[in-house]
Design a binder for this molecule. Structure first.
Ligand code: SF4
Ligand code: SF4
Length: 287
């Protein structure tokens, strides 16, 4: 259940800075955001992932000090100063209490439920100045982070295209294989941890901590290079495959990657898996 917003809506968007939403929350990261956070702390992405993330870099760890409600803090939160990476924080944190949905290229800003989320713990926001959604987005400097989010959704589609190719253009689908689509269906419902296990550490490293120089005002270039790197490595991997079993394993592995990247940018893996399975069936795949 969501409340859909328009840019001119006036809402109590002045934060009371109690840090309620930095506790007991879930914040997924895309790889550009991970690089942004590491850059902000001036440590490398390998170290950042080890210290602050779970799911191999796809989510921030909330294992810090508990607040009075018994909720653990994001490890990047300090009670005396709040967020320690404010300039580099990810889109989910910039937008909160708002969220963002994309449907057929239309972007809608939302908040969850009927009641304004900050009322759950920070109801004093109602006595602070209101802001329009548009002003809030500008104030939070979301533009580059929104660009990154959208670009990584396209990366997810491009990785899914590799899975399609392995299923549809290698003879696997013609062999009446049904296992691949059954596995894709299971992946749609799998936890990020299960998806990560299917992917394997070598590919997780390429997905989350690519060796690409981070420029804070240019997510497009970073993500373009990242996609090129993934496609290059995928080609090498595919060239080493020789039989249907290897094509099947590859089709499942690349689908797991596509779904985990999609999850990290807020897409629904279950819906995506169903959509991609329906598309594969249209092209003759069985299962
Ligand atoms: S819940 Fe709202 S008001 Fe409270 S700290 Fe988070 S954004 Fe600020
Ligand atoms: S990154 Fe910063 S704003 Fe986001 S949850 Fe962690 S401490 Fe809070």
């Amino acid at each position: 259940m969501f409340t859909r917003l328009i840019l001119t809506d006036q809402l109590p968007l002045t934060c009371s800075r109690k840090g309620i939403c930095c506790h007991g929350n879930q914040v997924f990261l895309n790889p550009w955001e991970l690089a942004s956070l590491a850059h902000q702390l001036q440590i490398d992405t390998v170290e950042f992932r080890k210290r602050y993330c779970d799911f191999f870099g796809f989510r921030l760890r909330f294992e810090g000090t508990e607040n009075s409600l018994g909720k653990k803090a994001c490890l990047l939160y300090q009670s005396e100063m709040g967020c320690t990476v404010h300039e580099g924080r990810p889109l989910a944190c910039r937008l909160f209490p708002l969220g963002r949905q994309i449907q057929q290229e239309n972007i809608t800003y939302i908040f969850e439920g009927n009641d304004f989320p900050c009322n759950n713990g920070c109801s004093e926001v109602n006595f602070l100045p209101k802001l329009s959604v548009e002003s809030y987005l500008k104030e939070q400097k979301t533009a580059h982070f929104e660009t990154a989010q959208d670009a990584y959704l396209e990366v997810a589609q491009s990785i899914a295209d590799i899975a399609f190719m392995l299923l549809l253009e290698t003879g696997l689908a013609e062999s009446n294989d049904t296992e691949t689509l059954q596995e894709w269906l299971k992946l749609g419902n799998a936890s990020p941890q299960k998806l990560a296990e299917k992917i394997g550490i070598e590919w997780l490293d390429l997905l989350t901590i690519p060796e690409i120089i981070f420029e804070k005002n240019n997510p497009t270039e970073f993500i373009k290079k990242h996609l090129e790197l993934l496609q290059h490595e995928a080609q090498i991997h595919i060239d080493s495959m020789h039989d249907l079993q290897q094509f099947r394993t590859g089709a499942i592995q690349f689908m797991a990657m596509a779904l985990l990247v999609a999850k990290s940018v807020g897409a629904n893996p279950e819906e995506l898996a169903e959509l991609w399975i329906a598309t594969a069936r249209e092209y003759g795949a069985k299962g």
